[in-house]
Design a protein around this ligand. Structure first.
Ligand code: ACO
Length: 362
């Protein structure tokens, strides 16, 4: 029996949602190359694409926007509940707790129910963030877009267009990514005919790990520790000598540069190219790539999305503790798309293991 550790290379289902082409460094959402979507469409439009199969046509825009506007409602019950969660409980654990109290949408959910659920994620995160800062809660505004509302609820002031565009590009580029660990988790839970909220909560658990959603935080810490470009080589050599990984590099599927990293680098370049830390990030990336070639010549290790996620989130002045939660905000769209697809073509997911333990204990 051959074991494929980490399920690497195992195809377990057909999907029409996205295509991750690791050899060519391409990511397609339902026919569209994501590099062409970033900065051209909003998160609301990408959700339409992922859930309904295509971008909204002109005539659908109004009704689609109306569903979103109607979804924004931060309830007093959530606020009261958020207040009793101890301060030391991390953001994703708080999010899981509140989501667990929501009414389960019908199965399959209507678009309005699914959007209501989706917008609850940034509302809960923003409210919890402000409570932890001893700031008053900011309720969402129905006249703002999803990205603008998130920043508004966090900051209590209307964000700049540059910040909204930067966040929207990030949300679009990270909304979906095939059978990654958290999405697969959501599909496994759905395959047992469990409910949507359980599937999302399980996915959040998978996203929390530093090898998945936690990486941008580690990238930010790494860049802060390196501090100056002339310290980068020594710092990274030491890590590689100790057989440690450089955060923001390597990917299970991409054997070339992650297309999302490339697209995000372009976005940051447009929004913040004159900022010294951006030049520092680009130079550090080049040094890392050269070292990875030297230390891991047998591997194809390139920049992944998390490296430039740290850069874009820094550019829009998002606090570091919100990096992973903001990834959960964007990826909820992909999780729901996969939950719907799994439910439509369901077979319980149940792989096997090779037993290597003792068989004859007496
Ligand atoms: N730095 C140094 N070496 C690396 C790195 C890295 N970032 N990534 C992989 N390698 C090396 C490993 O040391 C190993 O070397 P070996 O053959 O000499 O033992 C080899 O490449 C294979 O590594 P695995 O961890 O087995 O590769 P896998 O495909 O399982 O892992 C992963 C991919 C987890 C992303 C890995 O590259 C990694 O840990 N990177 C750093 C963390 C990171 O940036 N995560 C974000 C990923 S993107 C996302 O989740 C959206």
């Amino acid at each position: 029996m051959r074991v494929n550790a980490g399920l690497e290379g195992i195809v377990v289902a057909d999907t029409e949602i996205s295509h991750v082409n690791g050899e060519e460094g391409q990511l397609i959402y339902r026919g569209y190359d994501v590099k062409q979507l970033a900065r051209k469409i909003t998160y609301e439009q990408v959700v339409h694409l992922l859930w309904k199969g295509d971008l909204p046509q002109q005539k659908e825009e109004d009704s689609w926007t109306k569903i979103w506007k109607e979804a924004y409602e931060l309830t007093e019950e959530w606020i009261e509940f958020l207040k009793i969660i101890p301060k030391e409980v991390d953001m994703l654990s708080s999010l899981r707790s509140i989501l667990a109290t929501l009414d389960e949408p019908a199965s399959p959910p209507t678009m309005a129910q699914a959007i209501k659920f989706l917008v609850s994620v940034p509302m809960i995160i923003a409210a919890r963030y402000r409570l932890l800062q001893d700031l008053s809660i900011v309720h969402p505004r129905k006249d703002l877009s999803f990205a603008a509302n998130y920043l508004y609820m966090l900051r209590g002031e209307i964000p700049s267009t540059a910040h909204v565009q930067g966040l929207d590009a990030y949300l679009v580029l990270t909304a979906e990514h095939g059978f990654n660990a958290s999405t697969f988790t959501a599909r496994v839970v759905t395959s047992t005919e469990s409910d949507l909220i359980s599937a999302i909560i399980a996915a959040i658990g998978a996203l929390k790990g530093k090898l998945h959603g936690g990486a941008p935080l580690e990238v930010a810490d790494m860049l802060e520790e390196i501090r100056e470009v002339n310290r980068a080589e020594k710092w990274m050599r030491e890590k590689l000598e100790n057989r440690e990984k450089l955060m923001g590099f390597g990917h299970r599927v991409y054997k070339t540069m992650d297309p999302r990293a490339e697209a995000l680098r372009d976005v940051v370049q447009k929004n913040a190219k004159n900022e010294p830390w951006f030049q520092f990030a680009v130079q550090t990336e080049q040094i890392a790539l050269a070292l990875l070639k030297e230390y891991k010549p047998h591997r194809q290790i390139y920049t992944n999305v998390e490296f430039y996620t740290a850069a874009i989130l820094k550019a829009i002045r998002l606090p570091k503790e919100l990096y992973v939660p903001t990834f959960a905000v964007s990826r909820t769209a992909g999780w729901i798309a996969h939950i719907l697809e799994q439910a439509n073509h369901n077979r319980i997911i149940r792989p096997s293991a090779r037993y290597v333990g003792c068989k004859d204990k007496k």
